[in-house]
Write a protein that binds this ligand. Structure first.
Ligand SMILES: C[S@@+](CC[C@H](N)C(=O)[O-])C[C@H]1O[C@@H](n2cnc3c(N)ncnc32)[C@H](O)[C@@H]1O
Length: 279
């Protein structure tokens, strides 16, 4: 069967069987709008399906480029986002940040927030979809990333509640917020050689790397400047690398303006999200 042949192509090229299956299902969904059941029942299959799918999978396994960049789409929070080589592909770990932010927004009646380093816009857009009365500003230093975020905000129909700005951290941010959220670059550039090649060779450097030894320089700047942009009692929250929680705790403590520091672990028991309150 055609599907089994493609799975074997993946395995021969050195990929895991699970990767092959999940990527095939992903491509069939986002490119051809087909479920695994459609394929099994030979239902709704478009013309040239096998030929087109084979082309995509061959490109994937020969170049090792992430499949999301090849098809220009990625999943986040069970929805589909446009991606390109100019943005970080949204990661499942970041969904934990969004879910915790949703909890804080609902509990503390947050009215607006700022997303720093928005990339695809996945964090801001998901929160706006989850909370219909909420408004947001989202900034990124990359104009190309902002163009992708703009397209995603249109596709997800939240553009009326989202202002997008090209900004170096807070440089162009306007007003005060009840919540500031960010998944900034946090990998020290010295770790670049040890990264998985799919990330290292294909995803944008501005989205991944910092120039300091510990990967905390962007957090440090945001923590120092956020009090000027947060309403009193407002929250600052981040996604972090698995080994950065104690460094983040120290950064928040040094600033003195914050209280109620909290840390949340992901499903693999790695520290993943931190937040604190101004005041
Ligand atoms: C790790 S990616 C996160 C993208 C997206 N928020 C997500 O969670 O998938 C970090 C983003 O921060 C942006 N960035 C890096 N330095 C920045 C700066 N100084 N000011 C604003 N954005 C910055 C990058 O362009 C990139 O889009």
């Amino acid at each position: 069967m055609f599907r089994n042949k493609l799975i074997n192509d993946y395995i021969t090229a050195g990929f895991e069987r699970e990767t092959a299956i999940s990527e095939l299902d992903f491509v069939c969904d986002v490119v051809f709008n087909l479920t695994p059941v459609d394929i099994l029942l030979n239902k709704n299959i478009p013309e040239n399906f096998e030929e087109e799918l084979k082309k995509i999978i061959t490109k994937r396994i020969t170049t090792k480029r992430p499949v999301q960049q090849i098809v220009g789409r990625a999943y986040f929070m069970n929805k589909v986002y446009k991606v390109s080589e100019d943005v970080l592909i949204p990661r499942p770990e970041t969904e934990l940040l969004v879910l915790k932010a949703e909890e804080i927004i609902k509990k503390h009646k947050v009215k607006n927030f700022l997303d720093i380093g928005t990339g695809t816009g996945c964090i801001a857009i998901s929160l706006l979809e989850l909370c219909p009365d909420l408004k947001a500003q989202a900034v990124d230093i990359s104009g190309k990333a902002l163009e992708i975020a703009r397209q995603n905000s249109d596709e997800h129909r939240v553009s009326e509640r989202l202002t997008l700005k090209k900004s170096d951290l807070f440089s162009e941010a306007e007003g005060k917020f009840d919540l500031i959220i960010s998944n900034p670059p946090y990998i020290p550039i010295k770790d670049k050689p040890s990264l998985q090649s799919e990330v290292r060779d294909f995803e944008p450097e501005t989205a991944l790397f910092t120039n300091d030894e510990e990967g905390i320089e962007v957090y440090k700047k945001i923590i120092a400047q956020a009090p000027n942009y947060l309403n009193n009692g407002g929250y600052l929250m981040f996604e972090i690398g698995y080994n950065q929680s104690e460094l983040l705790r120290e950064l928040f403590e040094v600033q003195k303006n914050y209280s109620d520091f909290e840390l949340i672990k992901d499903l693999s028991e790695n520290d993943r999200v931190v937040f604190a309150r101004l005041g």
